[in-house]
Design a protein around this ligand. Structure first.
Ligand code: HEC
Length: 319
């Protein structure tokens, strides 16, 4: 009896849900109250000129959140281009939600933290498809293939054991886990300083380019025209009155359009400042405020590169 009691005390002393060690510098992690996490932690939800492709025709289910590290945002020369580089301590998360209204929940978070030892990737998934369910996750050094494999194995195992996959027929469950494993390969897409596609598929599936930190979204905050993506189920840019869609410089009608341009050109989304200031000044102001926030944190060279953006934040469009 005494031994049993001692055993119980020892158990109580160690965390009952202690996270497993994954090895190779990979770590198991958790997130509680995921719907409010990024706001609570001081991240900013980015407002790019074009919508991010969404699983829902009426709401943006994907948001990119950014929290800056302490140092300045700098630039790096890559051939004849110059790309932005974010300071150590910066963290960016792509948060994908599913469902609507009260049942809306976080379905996937993938992100990068820039550290002195290089970037670390992380992925979180829900322990159940419910708004208040905690997320399980893993983080790993981006450049270490063993750590990546250990993190992927752990996540795949947890996904298979969690609702809804755990109650699916084996064939469907296995297909889901296989598809997760394929999507957990981050580096091919997030290759730093990747140029924008001028033709569909030129540098990969994604038409946008990346900055020097391998991010797609932040640089677009300073652009008035960005590549339109062709892969998502829905792209709300096509019905956004503040955005024109152009193929090789010519505006196209998007009613029933299949998101391809003649001769395989990559379509582009052009933000219309004139309409934004006239019809949706809150969105126009939001773009200017976000650009100012990043501009404040830039070194002189980076500022010079983006300063033209602010022409549209002043007259003649604004009162
Ligand atoms: C098929 C290409 C692709 C793969 C694979 C991919 N991403 Fe992304 N990621 C994107 C795109 C495109 C965005 C921009 C948001 C969007 O369009 O959904 C994005 C957004 C992000 C962001 C927010 C900053 C930014 O780039 O806009 C981070 C951080 C990120 N992904 C990390 C990851 C991690 C970590 C993995 C692997 C677990 C991963 N991504 C896998 C294409 C990819």
């Amino acid at each position: 009896m005494k031994r049993l009691l001692l055993g119980l005390v020892a158990l109580a002393g160690c965390k009952p849900d202690a996270l497993p060690k994954l090895g190779h510098g990979a770590k198991a992690v958790e997130m509680t109250a995921p719907l409010r996490f990024h706001e609570r932690e001081g991240f900013t939800a980015l407002a790019p000129p074009a919508h991010i492709p969404s699983s829902d025709p009426d709401i943006d289910q994907v948001r990119v959140w950014l929290k800056l590290g302490d140092g300045p945002i700098t630039t790096q020369a890559v051939g004849d281009r110059s790309v932005l580089v974010f300071p150590e301590g910066t963290r960016a998360d792509r948060v994908e939600q599913a469902g609507r209204g009260e049942g809306r929940f976080v379905a996937d978070i993938r992100g990068t933290t820039l550290t002195a030892d290089g970037p670390r990737f992380h992925v979180f998934r829900p322990s159940a498809p419910k708004p208040d369910a905690p997320l399980f996750g893993a983080q790993w050094p981006a450049a270490n293939p063993d750590a990546h494999a250990a993190a992927t194995d752990y996540l795949a195992e947890r996904i298979a054991k969690s609702e809804p996959v755990s109650s699916w027929q084996p064939a469907r469950a296995q297909a889901e886990v296989r598809s997760f494993r394929e999507k957990n390969t981050c580096l091919p897409c997030h290759d730093p300083a990747r140029p924008e596609n001028t033709r569909a598929g030129e540098h990969g599936l994604v038409n946008r380019g990346t900055d020097g930190s391998g991010f797609f979204t932040p640089y677009t905050l300073f652009e008035d025209e960005v590549p339109l993506e062709q892969y998502g189920v829905h792209d709300r840019s096509m019905t956004d009155p503040l955005v024109d869609i152009v193929c090789s410089g010519t505006v196209v009608a998007t009613d029933g359009w299949d998101r391809t341009c003649p001769q395989g050109a990559a379509p582009r989304a052009r933000w219309r400042w004139d309409r934004a200031w006239a019809q949706a000044p809150t969105r126009a102001k939001q773009r200017c405020t976000q650009a100012e926030w990043l501009f404040e944190r830039m070194d002189a060279k980076a500022r010079k590169q983006v300063t033209h953006f602010f022409d549209n934040c002043a007259n003649p469009h604004q009162d």
